[in-house]
Ligand binder design. Sequence first.
Ligand code: NAI
Ligand code: CS2
Length: 490
Amino acid sequence: MVAPQRIEAKPKSGQIGVVHLGLGAFHRAHQAVYFERYRQRSGDGEWGVCSANLRSSVGLVDGLSAAGHRYHVAEYADSESITLREIGVIEETLFSGCDSAGNWGRDRGALLARMASADTRIVTLTVTEKGYFLNPASGELRADDPMIIGDIASPQQPRTAPGLLVEALALRHEAGIAPFTVLSCDNMPDNGKRTRQAVVQLAEHRDAELARWIAREVAFPCSMVDRIVPAMTDADFERLAALGVIDQNAVVCEAFTQWVVEDNFPMGRPDWEAEGVEMVADVAPFETMKLRMLNGSHSLLAYLGALAGIETVFEGVNRDELRALLRRYMLEEAAPTLEMPAGIDLENYADSLLARFANDSLRHRLQQIAMDGSQKLPQRWLSGAFERSATAQSSPCVALGMAAWIRYTAGQDLQGNSYPVDDPLAKRFAELHQMHGSDPSALVAAYLAMDDVVPGELSADKKFAQDVLTAYQTLTHDGLSGALKALALN
Ligand code: NAI
Ligand code: CS2
């Protein structure tokens, strides 16, 4: 075992210029690392981070506080090449979620004060695709969601990310303080525009003038984010302990990292290009490429692999027939829908993704990727399949993926092992399987008719619907190998 490269954190500056909503694994392994590397190189202490959880994980908030807001990131190029970074750029952690006694907003006041402070110039988010409370197909705010209803009723005690953003911006507007820039780092297409949509539509329920001010004055740049950061497992903590790192707040990730950001920061930003952040005028091509090729492949692997009892990305991509499926999907169904700047070689990109998936030092569980499919699949598979359908091109790999997702949401794999379905629409899926489980044609039709997930024009495509049904029947009768063999024949 080669000794890891160790990089220690610099002393803290005590200054906070960034508030982050969604203190999860990805924030700790991606944005915080870029802010730390910037601070290490430039000596500029103005961009310290206050990171908050709005829903869960109070243990991480308090655990980081108890550890002096220092933690470790273990970056694995492979099992023999590790960089151990100590991160000190987080200056404060706050919790505004629901505690075990059912009380909301322990630190909400402190969080809003931090967001309303003139020192705070950027607010970043990783609250998962469902944290924006948008209809995945239409992009409209789900104003009928009980959490949003609550924020409309009590705008000064917000519980959602959009609610906190509206209240913080209202406080700044009332105090004559210029707004912060809002930078989503979630896996959504046009993530800045969608965040703006959620915030402005929620503000309209409160005060039309405030909504107009936000729409006019607040910058919501888009960004494409990429680093594979699996949820930590006991084996990960044991690996770190073997390296002398005892840290319950640590994260493990791949060495690869990428951040492509729309350069629209009226209140200023770190000059973090030296850390490899790519500042561009238009993020969309990069976002769509990554969402359809990387994330679309991840989701194919997740549902087909989970149904076959495969546990991790590494195991799945080492099955030749699954690897061939991913490559075919990327090159024959995803790549043709992309319009990339000159110089981007999509075949090389596809092969680089397969190499990253084969990283033997990451235990990236398929069940983690499988969660929230109703919020992920529209941008990963369905928008591309819809575009292909509009030009009479079939998408057999996506059709197989949809069949696997529909079967996955029954909560039982092909061997009869049960698992929880982690999705905001899980109750609806259970009802559909209850109603139509013995009639695949009705079940597939019911799923394709979900207009808050599947674009209407795609569900009207009879060839696509038939391909999904045929794949579903083959998958359930002949298993994964049978379904992949059948696909290879057409
Ligand atoms: P995680 O499970 O470690 O953290 C999820 C965070 O989202 C937690 O802070 C949680 O409290 C918060 N959250 C969940 N639902 C919420 C809601 N309704 N409202 C407010 N906050 C909510 O997951 P992780 O790995 O940090 O991923 C988070 C997001 O980062 C992903 O959904 C994705 O959009 C993005 N991302 C993740 C990557 C990864 O490999 N883990 C890579 C690229 C992007
Ligand atoms: C994964 C992503 O969990 C998932 O849905 O597909 O988190 C993936 O690891 C990242 O987007 C990689 O950048």
